[in-house]
Design a protein. Sequence first.
Length: 248
Amino acid sequence: MNVYDLNNQIAIVTGGAQGIGYAVAERLVASGATVAIWDQDQALAKQAADSLGNGCVAFGVDVTDPDRVASVFAEVEQQVGPVSILVNSAGVAGSNAKVIDYDPAEWRSIIDINLNGTFNCCKAALAGFQARQFGRIVNIASIAGKEGNPNAAAYSSSKAGVIALTKSLGKEHADLDISVNCVTPAAAKTRIFDQMSQEHIDFMLSKIPRGRFLRLEEAASMIAWLCTPENSFTTGAVFDLSGGRATY
C-alpha cells in the first residue's frame, strides 16, 4: 500500500461510516490525516471514527440540509482545524424501475441526496479553500452517470450531474491550488446493494469486463492520491474505476 504525506491535513468524508467512504477515511488516516466522518447515522459515524483513531471525529449530517452542512463544517474547523480535503461519498441508489413507473418523490430524494448534497458540501468547503488557496475535493460519481443504467434513471441522472458539477467547479477554481475531481466507480459490494434488485445487480456485473465488482480498497487507493498535494495539476477530471466498462 502506498502511503502519502497527509500529516496535519484535515479531511471531511461524507457517508464515511461505511462502504467506499469508510475505506477512503481509513486510507487517509493511514497517511497521517485526521478525518471528520459525516453520516446520517451518527452512532455508526462515531463507531467508525473511534475505530480509525488519530483524533478522528464524527457528526450526524443530512447533506441535503445546506444550513446543517455549513454549521457542521464550521464546527469541524473550530474543533479540529482548517479543512483541506473533502470527499463526497454520501449517496443512495434508490429502487429499480422504469421512468414511466418511477415514484416522483423518490426521484426528487435521490437527486437531492446525490447531487444537491454534493453541491451543498462543496459550497461549504470552497470558501475556506479559496481563502487559503489550497484544497482537494473528490466527488464519488458512478459509471452509471456516463452510461445511464436502465431501470435506474434517477441514480444515473444524479451521478451525471455530479460529473458536470465537478467539471464546472474544477474550471472555476483552476487559478488556485484547488483540485476538484471525481471518480466513476462500477458497482462495489456495499450496503447500497440492499436498495437494488438482484436482476439489476446481475446486470451491473455483466457489464464489467473484469468480471468482478470493484473492491473498496481499490477505490480508496485512487481517491487518496487525488486528495494529496501531489495532485497539483489535474482538476475537473473524471477518473475511471469501472473495470474496463467505461468507453470514454
